[in-house]
Design a protein around this ligand. Structure first.
Ligand SMILES: NC(=O)c1ccc[n+]([C@@H]2O[C@H](COP(=O)([O-])OP(=O)(O)OC[C@H]3O[C@@H](n4cnc5c(N)ncnc54)[C@H](O)[C@@H]3O)[C@@H](O)[C@H]2O)c1
Length: 253
């Protein structure tokens, strides 16, 4: 498969779950991939497993200097980046009644400021690319429908949704070769969802409303859409928002 032949991609939070699947799928489609994560060990394992077309770097997405390093090292080692997937994330269970200001700020720091820094660094680096380029921001169905058990998470993902559209429109207005779209998964089987939505018996429970009717999705369900949105096949798609959730939005509660 060669849908991403010649492309250089950076995927954040790629040591686990969706990011890992996205990195692996990108490489299997011909891309060279920089796998970054705050967990250096898991990033290295993913890159080692992919082989010659991947490299790992420690990155905390809240660190502005770290973003410069990631783009510079990627450009030197693999080539000038054409694809950024802002995927890193965390979830803290807390409602409007018990969410602390620290929890709210930490969530926004990683998942909204981190995405802002990623988009800013990417636009500055990719605006002069001679190949079409793409930013994919991992939002959530929580951005579209709210999510009372994870208030701060839903708020940050809502920010990612509108940030994405503003970045996309700016690039279009400036005639930059960069498209920017957001993805809105729900109920995909990853360590994050297992931690947040699986009962004491280790099996998925619908109690938190995170499990789509029909069961959990596979990380590849998201990775496949990422390949499409990163590839030139989606050249006419920007500022869009794409659910991957098996009808969760429409299921009876
Ligand atoms: N799994 C789902 O159903 C689902 C649904 C909606 C949205 N998402 C989003 O998808 C993304 C990936 O989630 P996942 O389910 O694969 O979870 P996951 O916990 O398996 O992976 C998240 C990764 O992000 C990394 N990370 C956390 N904080 C970081 C930081 N400050 N800097 C760099 N890396 C950091 C973690 O180390 C981890 O490797 C997240 O943004 C999440 O909110 C997932």
């Amino acid at each position: 498969m060669d849908r991403l032949n010649g492309k250089i991609a950076i995927v954040t939070g790629a040591g686990s779950g969706l990011g890992k699947a996205i990195g692996e799928t990108f490489a299997s489609e011909g891309a060279k991939v920089m796998v970054t994560d705050v967990n250096s060990e898991s990033a290295k394992m993913v890159a080692d497993n992919i082989g010659a077309n991947a490299m790992a770097m420690h990155q905390d997405v809240v660190d502005p200097d770290g973003w410069q390093d990631v783009f510079e090292v990627t450009a030197k080692a693999l080539g000038a980046p054409h694809i950024l997937v802002n995927n890193a994330g965390l979830v803290i269970p807390a409602t409007i009644e018990d969410c602390t200001l620290e929890q709210f700020r930490l969530t926004h720091n990683v998942m909204l400021e981190g995405v802002f820094l990623g988009c800013q660094t990417a636009v500055r680096a990719m605006k002069t690319n001679d190949q079409p380029s793409a930013i994919i921001n991992m939002s959530s169905m929580a951005a579209l429908q709210g999510y009372s058990p994870f208030l701060a998470y839903a708020a940050a993902k809502g920010g990612v949704r509108s940030l994405t559209k503003s970045v996309a429109l700016h690039c279009k207005e400036q005639n930059y070769p960069i498209r920017c779209n957001s993805l809105h998964p729900a109920g995909i089987d990853t360590p994050m969802v297992r931690q947040a939505a699986v009962g004491a018996d280790g099996e998925p429970t619908p109690a938190t409303g995170m499990i789509p009717l029909g069961g959990l999705g596979h990380p590849n369900d998201v990775a496949e859409l990422c390949v499409y949105l990163a590839s030139d096949a989606s050249r006419f798609m920007t500022a869009g928002e794409y659910p991957v959730e098996n009808g969760t939005l429409y299921q009876p509660s």
